[in-house]
Design a binder for this molecule. Sequence first.
Ligand SMILES: Cc1cc2nc3c(=O)[nH]c(=O)nc-3n(C[C@H](O)[C@H](O)[C@H](O)COP(=O)(O)O)c2cc1C
Length: 168
Amino acid sequence: MTAVLVAHAGKTGGTREIAEVVSQELRALGHTVDTRDAADVADVSEYSAVVVGSALYYSRWRPSAVRLLQRNVAALRERQVWLFHSGPCGPGASLAHVSLPASVALLAASVDAERTTTFGGRLDPTLVRGILPRLMARGPRAGDFRDWPRIRTWARDVGHHVSADVSL
Ligand SMILES: Cc1cc2nc3c(=O)[nH]c(=O)nc-3n(C[C@H](O)[C@H](O)[C@H](O)COP(=O)(O)O)c2cc1C
């Protein structure tokens, strides 16, 4: 059995829900999983593998997810790390690929993370704050574009890789 951390960062709960589904799949494969807000994670040393997921806002990761990576570079380098971000909304969202913001790409390279995965996001006008974000959330991009079967498949793939690495 392996302890896996699934850390998430977002504003309106969409990324947390993805992290919870990822955690469910990892548990189903026999892993011990902690699902935590990235802002609450000071140290990753008790985990063998770490998944970090952030919502995208204005092409950036949430500061708490970036801080988690920055503060734990040395420890993460010695662990398996998977990253995902969630954001694209609207037609074609579930197939969209978004590159990592440059600063996060550097961190990902420093910790030798697996390739980052993009998941569609959720834009709900009743949850977002601010005039511009609300207007944006009322257009064609409004709705829930999280592709749960794709998210579950990705999580199982992560789970199998964790198992494979640990049994070496
Ligand atoms: C103000 C605002 C800016 C956003 N910027 C981006 C962006 O740059 N790229 C993207 O793919 N999604 C963007 N999104 C969509 C969010 O990433 C998406 O709604 C996500 O699912 C929110 O996750 P959360 O519920 O965890 O906060 C934006 C949404 C809002 C409201």
